[in-house]
Design a protein around this ligand. Sequence first.
Ligand code: SF4
Length: 340
Amino acid sequence: MEAKLFGKTLTELQELVVELGLPKFTARQIADWLYKKNISSIDEMTNLSKKAREVLNEQFELGLIAPTKVQESIDGTKKYLFQTVQHKFVETAMIPERDRRTVCVSSQVGCKMGCLFCFTAKQGFQGQLTAGEIVNQIKSIVEADEVSNIVYMGMGEPFDNLDEVLKSIEILTSEWGFAMSPRRITVSTIGIIPGMLTFLENSEAHLAVSLHTPFNEERRKLMPVEVAYPIEDVVAEIKRWDFGRQRRVSFEYIVFEGLNDSQEHVKELANLLSGLKCRINLIRFHPVPGTPLKSPDDATIQRFKDELNKKGILTTIRASRGQDIYAACGLLSTKELVKN
Ligand code: SF4
């Protein structure tokens, strides 16, 4: 299999052109074709010399991968299925809103983290995605030129694939790449502290943390990661960073019926997050086959939201999108993968 150009940083392209005996400025030209323009072959890089294109063609392919399948929800949300180099599948969701097009990307094939409420967890871990495969999920969809926001909330735990995730953010935010503002990118984690700290130091993108309950024992049952990285340690680290100006931190909170929506939860959340400028996004749980967890009704979620707001925690309810095609962000379905 030939190596891929798409997914390389400018530094990597500079090293590559030197190795191939091409002029150094060729690296920027290649980056331009890869990330700012729409081409489907190396031959279309028309400002490169014929020799440069020949040399590149001998050893490389462009590396863009078209989706193998797309499904559209009645609300306009789309779910794309991409094949990886290891012949596995990952899902990408495109969520249209009035003035935005948000793409929810996967960072791994499957996941190791074993969260009780998650479809992807049931698939187990099947492999890492490269930076190229992550960015391809943005570049190779029909809406590529309209994407306004990116969330790393699809399959996998981004900080369990830290190097490739950081590289993908570099490609998206560098002036030689997509030149996107990091303020339009949010990376969501279940709270892997070492990876989270490296991310906070090396990127300016927003952070989202899956919280789901402030109580350790309860959280351990929902999310095994709590054993290694208790939520109070995660929040203590976050409080050391400067959030609330340009960079935001938010907490994702899936509401399960009768499990994490009591007065005690409100009180403990207020304690845990005191002094931190942040937001909680409440997400209604949608039942996953094989789990005992249940979906709450609208009134319960609304009451929980009002109580948190009364405690001074900015809280919103995230609308469920793409429900009919199982594109609920962060809970992407493995149904398609089983069928394929
Ligand atoms: S919720 Fe996220 S971290 Fe947990 S198993 Fe699912 S994909 Fe992995």
